[in-house]
Ligand binder design. Sequence first.
Ligand SMILES: [Zn+2]
Length: 133
Amino acid sequence: MGAEKTADQGIVERPVTTVGAKGKRGDGALRLREWSNEERMTRALKRLGICWLLAVPLLFVPPHIILGASVFALGPILAFLASRESARVQEQKIACPDCGAEVPVDEQPASWPLAARCRQCLDIFSIERAKPT
Ligand SMILES: [Zn+2]
C-alpha cells in the first residue's frame, strides 16, 4: 500500500499458442498483468475494507439495513474474486493463425484458453498458454 504503483509494474510477456478454427497453429506472446500471492491478498483486503467502510454510512440511508447488509456481504465476495485472479490480459494485438492479420485482444481475466475473432478472415481462434517443453 502507500505509493501508487506505476502502470507497467507486474506486466510480463508470456508465450502463447494460437489455434485457428481449421487447426492451424501460430506462436505469439501476450502481455499479462500478474499478481503475486501477496499482491492478491492486498487487493482482496482492499476490496473488503472499501465495502465494509461503505456499509457503515449506508446503514443511515434508507432502506437502511438492506443496503448496508448487501454492501457488507458484497465485501467478502469481491475480496474472494480478487484473491483468485492471478493474472489479467492487457489490451493488445495478436496475429491471426490463419491469415496473419493483427487481431485486437481486449483486457480480460486470463482464463485460458481465450478466444479472439479475426476481422479479416472471420476465423474464431483460441489463444492458449504455450506449454513449457
Ligand atoms: Zn485471420
